[in-house]
Write a protein that binds this ligand. Structure first.
Ligand SMILES: [Fe+2]
Ligand SMILES: [Fe+2]
Length: 300
């Protein structure tokens, strides 16, 4: 049986210390940090091309997820990440960049005649639920008990950023709107930079300590759900997963996410992204939820 009370065990013969795993190049990241690169893209041109009803629903969810980054940032700022110069500098730029992703998605919806989602705005205005208060307290308490809990946050972030890379790649592949295609591919470039930070942090911190690995595995198994799931209704989360990843190509991407995360120390069991998303797709199919993928011009 696993326990959270053990201290770090001596590393095995092939293990490297936290310091020996190459650090993320935070200076390069900060220098490159800027609003989403939309050079050469006329967002207004999006109005000339179709957006399916299903695609709008997906984009609204993704927009909310981007704006909700502030919530994750707040949770991280209440951990030892605040005292970590690299993590603190990253978070400021990260929140800034994600905000522009949300704004670009909202603008496309607007020019195409759809009202952007207000959910993320409403989420911050509503009173906190008791379960959320308890979860926040639990996170702060574990962080207070051990610096090793930060490995959980970093691994969680790596999963979400890698999922975002594949989600936007799929949105670009599936859309019949060339502006959505171009904007989504530009967002992917930012998400890759975010993923690099979390993956490297997670790797270094998991490798450093047995306690970090145990905490991360226990927390992810007990609490992880696809990004945005804590904010949106389950039906929306399932729908987005089914739209983007419900076919063979999508499932292959999910498996790739799982395989990449499973390479992290102590995470060889990891299959949560496929497991949760595929279960959501099955619920959509069982409910007979209509789903319309746009017809790309080449397929017409
Ligand atoms: Fe983003
Ligand atoms: Fe990101």
């Amino acid at each position: 049986m696993t326990t959270l009370t053990s201290t770090a065990t001596p590393p095995g013969p092939n293990a490297r210390s936290f310091e020996e795993v190459p650090a993320f190049n935070i200076e390069k990241f900060i220098t490159a940090s800027r609003p989403l690169d939309l050079s050469g893209i006329q967002i207004e041109d999006a109005a000339n091309y179709p957006l399916s009803e299903s695609e709008v629903r997906v984009m609204r969810y993704m927009q909310d997820t981007e704006f909700y980054t502030v919530h994750y940032m707040k949770a991280l700022m209440e951990t030892h990440a605040l005292a970590d110069n690299e993590a603190r500098a990253f978070m400021v730029c990260w929140g800034y960049e994600e905000c522009f992703h949300g704004r670009a998605l909202a603008r496309i919806q607007e020019v195409c005649g759809h009202e952007p989602s207000q959910r993320s705005i409403n989420e911050f205005a509503r009173p906190r639920k008791m379960t959320e208060v308890v979860q926040d307290f639990g996170g702060r308490f574990l962080s207070f008990l051990s610096k090793d809990f930060l490995a959980t946050h970093m691994t969680w972030g790596a999963i979400n950023e890698l999922t975002a890379i594949h989600a936007y790649s799929r949105l670009a592949e599936l859309t019949a709107n060339p502006i959505v295609d171009q904007v989504a591919r530009r967002i992917v470039k930012d998400e890759r930079r975010h993923f690099a930070f979390y993956y490297q942090q997670g790797k270094r911190r998991l490798q450093h300590s047995e306690l970090a690995r145990r905490m991360a595995s226990l927390s992810l198994k007990a609490l992880w759900e696809p990004v945005g799931g804590s904010m949106a209704p389950t039906e929306d989360r399932d729908f987005v997963g089914a739209y983007l990843f419900g076919d063979e190509s999508g499932r292959a991407r999910l498996a790739e996410v799982d395989a990449t995360i499973a390479k992290l120390p102590g995470m060889d069991w990891f299959d949560l992204v496929s497991r949760h998303t595929n279960a959501g797709t099955r619920r959509c199919v069982d409910a007979g939820t209509p789903m319309h993928r746009p017809q790309r011009p080449t397929e017409a």
